[in-house]
Design a protein around this ligand. Structure first.
Ligand SMILES: NC(=O)c1ccc[n+]([C@@H]2O[C@H](COP(=O)([O-])OP(=O)(O)OC[C@H]3O[C@@H](n4cnc5c(N)ncnc54)[C@H](O)[C@@H]3O)[C@@H](O)[C@H]2O)c1
Length: 352
């Protein structure tokens, strides 16, 4: 079998550990290059893994002509770098969230169609066995869904590094884009992303702008210039059900660390998932033999980061549509953009 050539653009924490390292374990794939704008990072990772390194993704594309590229730069650069890569002729796996706005997702979809190159979106969380089981429960056991609740909150986890806090790097957005995307993705994937109709939402800055909070969170930043949302809520209306979204980088909550919960209530039963950004437990609640029961399946362990790069490689090799895809991200980003718009206008907004 012919080897596929792979490159990784952006080899900070996530790019090095969760893309590059997993690719090295995939059969019939050759990692040819890494790219990072910080020369010392590119050099260090290139040397460590014995691959060529660059500081410019366009130069890398011209010289190496990879078949597949992972984009793991800060979020605000995903769209432009991914678009360049499609135009240079490679398929691209873009880490989450794929872009910073609906318009950018639409443009990537157009560029993908024009170039005939695929875009896969890096929700490694989608490969969770708990999420797969919840999807099956929704298809077979839950009945007509009437309410979804999705929650992903860190007690204190404002990510104090420029990748997440500098507006030129993070897409100008805070917690709602950074981790809200997981909360919405985990909640809507069991229903295959139906179209939302309206949303009413609010974003808050309650922690990041306070000096005393800096030492309680991660990393460090200047609280005087912090103007991103660190908490957000939204109530989304679909044709047959409602979804509430609550996400935060920091909150005065009782749980430790980061907790994610997705509850899907249907006429015949409820599915509840728990975890963090990825769901790692699932339960079913309903009636069996005339009694109210709780069912907790045994799930196998999966290396989610390995699973996503393997799926990317297989989908390209087999000429299949990769999942997670841009159609799903269009729905997801329309909700995120809608919550920002609703918060600014102080009223419900249409998503149609
Ligand atoms: N950290 C996590 O746990 C995690 C999890 C899932 C997804 N992600 C996503 O991965 C992305 C990167 O996050 P991270 O935690 O690895 O950040 P990071 O700051 O550790 O790494 C980002 C790297 O990209 C490099 N970079 C910046 N601009 C570039 C460009 N134009 N070309 C090439 N390289 C460039 C930076 O120098 C840096 O080394 C973000 O979009 C984030 O949402 C992170």
């Amino acid at each position: 079998m012919e080897k596929l050539k792979v490159a990784v653009v952006g080899v900070g924490g996530h790019g090095r550990n969760r893309h590059l390292v997993p690719y090295l374990k995939v059969k019939n794939v050759e990692v040819v290059a890494v790219v990072d704008v910080k020369e010392e990072v590119a050099h260090k990772v290139g040397e460590e893994f014995g691959v060529r390194y660059y500081t410019d993704h366009l130069e890398m594309m011209d010289r190496e002509t990879p078949d597949l590229v992972s984009v793991v730069t800060p979020t605000g650069l995903h769209y432009s770098v991914a678009k360049d890569i499609l135009r240079k002729g490679a398929h691209v796996l873009v880490d989450k969230p794929v872009a910073s706005s609906v318009e950018q997702v639409e443009d990537l979809e157009r560029t993908s169609r024009e170039t005939g190159r695929k875009v896969m979106v890096g929700y490694w969380s989608r490969f969770s066995p708990a999420l797969s089981y919840a999807s099956r429960l929704v298809r077979e056991e839950v009945g007509e869904v009437y309410l979804i609740t999705t929650y992903l909150v860190r007690r204190r986890g404002i990510p104090g590094i420029p990748t997440f806090l500098d507006k030129s790097l993070n897409g100008g957005r805070g917690a709602l884009l950074d981790i809200g995307c997981y909360a919405i993705d985990n909640a809507l994937s069991p229903l295959d992303f139906p179209s939302p109709l309206t949303v009413s939402g609010m974003i808050y800055t309650k922690f990041g702008n306070r000096e005393e909070e800096v030492k309680l969170n991660w990393g460090s930043w200047d609280p005087r210039t912090f103007d991103l949302e660190d908490y957000a809520v939204g109530m989304v209306r679909f044709k047959d059900f409602m979804m509430s979204v609550e996400v935060g980088w920091a909150g005065n909550v009782s749980h430790q660390g980061e907790v994610g919960v997705v509850r899907i209530l249907g006429e015949r039963g409820g599915s509840e998932m728990r975890g963090d950004e990825a769901m790692n437990e699932v339960s079913f609640h309903g009636v069996l033999g005339g009694k109210v029961v709780d069912v907790r399946p045994q799930l196998k362990k999966v290396d989610l980061h390995q699973a996503i790069v393997e799926e990317f490689v297989s989908s390209v090799r087999e000429g299949r549509e990769p999942f997670p895809n841009l159609r799903q991200s269009l729905v997801l980003h329309s909700i995120i953009d809608g919550i920002y718009r609703s918060s600014q206008k102080g009223r419900e907004v249409s998503l149609v």
